[in-house]
Design a protein around this ligand. Structure first.
Ligand SMILES: [Zn+2]
Length: 139
């Protein structure tokens, strides 16, 4: 579990001025949706690469499990498993956010029902709680 996330500072100068349809909340959400879909593809590709033969990057199907595998390989294997677990969790969060978009529930705090600020969604697209609820540990 990470401590409460704060939006990266580098985002603060990139807000477009509200002057056309693309910078309405709906337009912002469409952008975030496209980002989530791209992220889902990226995570799926990484997971495929990790879970392939030789799961540590060395595709080596001609040489199956070998009993004399040394300790370094084991550590690498465990790191790879931890990474896969991480990637799956991120993918689940992305899937869940896309699912909420499909149901029209996206962008609402699951604890208090308030609209989550678009700045927060931009920084953390899978956020399910508004900042006050996140900080209070509600939901
Ligand atoms: Zn809330």
């Amino acid at each position: 579990m990470r401590p409460a996330c704060r939006p990266p500072l580098l985002l603060r100068t990139t807000y477009p001025m509200a002057e056309d349809g693309a910078s309405t909340r709906g337009g912002e959400l469409a952008t975030i949706r496209a980002q989530l879909q791209a992220e889902r593809e990226r995570l799926a590709a990484e997971l495929r690469a990790l879970s392939g033969p030789g799961s540590n990057g060395r595709a080596d199907p001609a040489f199956p499990e070998h009993p004399t595998e040394h300790a370094g390989d084991m550590e690498e294997h465990e790191r790879s498993l931890a990474l896969q677990t991480n990637l799956r969790r991120m993918r689940d969060q992305v899937e869940e956010a896309l699912g909420r978009m499909g149901r029209g529930e996206y962008g609402r705090c699951r604890a208090c029902g308030a609209e989550i600020a678009i700045e927060r969604l931009r920084a953390l697209p899978h956020a399910t709680r508004c900042v006050p609820c996140q900080e209070a540990g509600r939901g």
